[in-house]
Design a binder for this molecule. Structure first.
Ligand SMILES: [Zn+2]
Length: 101
């Protein structure tokens, strides 16, 4: 298992990250991070955050509870941001002109 990554929003160590297939781009992933600071007001994260507040580690004794709460968080988490074909084409043209950072 890798060391926890820092949250890109606040720098706090992430509790976990999930990679899901991107709904639009083939062979691309959509990463969703769970941050104990940034996601504290997200109702979808309430269960999994409570799990880590109580347990701190995943063990054989609590792995079923973790699995349930993980699925709940993933299922309730918003899908990857969608980009319209027009916005995507505009970004491609801006990139070709060298106008995209
Ligand atoms: Zn954060």
């Amino acid at each position: 298992m890798n060391a926890p990554l820092p949250c890109h929003r606040c720098g706090t160590k992430l509790l976990l990250s999930t990679d899901r297939p991107h709904p639009r781009f083939v062979n691309a992933i959509y990463r969703r991070n769970l941050c104990p600071q940034c996601d504290v007001s997200d109702p979808a994260a309430a269960g999994i955050l409570a799990f880590f507040a109580v347990h701190h580690h995943i063990t054989n004794g609590n792995i079923k509870e973790f699995e349930t709460l993980l699925h709940e968080w993933v299922d309730r988490t918003a899908e990857a941001p969608q980009v319209s074909p027009e916005a995507f084409a505009a970004d491609v043209e801006a990139f070709k002109r060298g106008d995209l950072d």
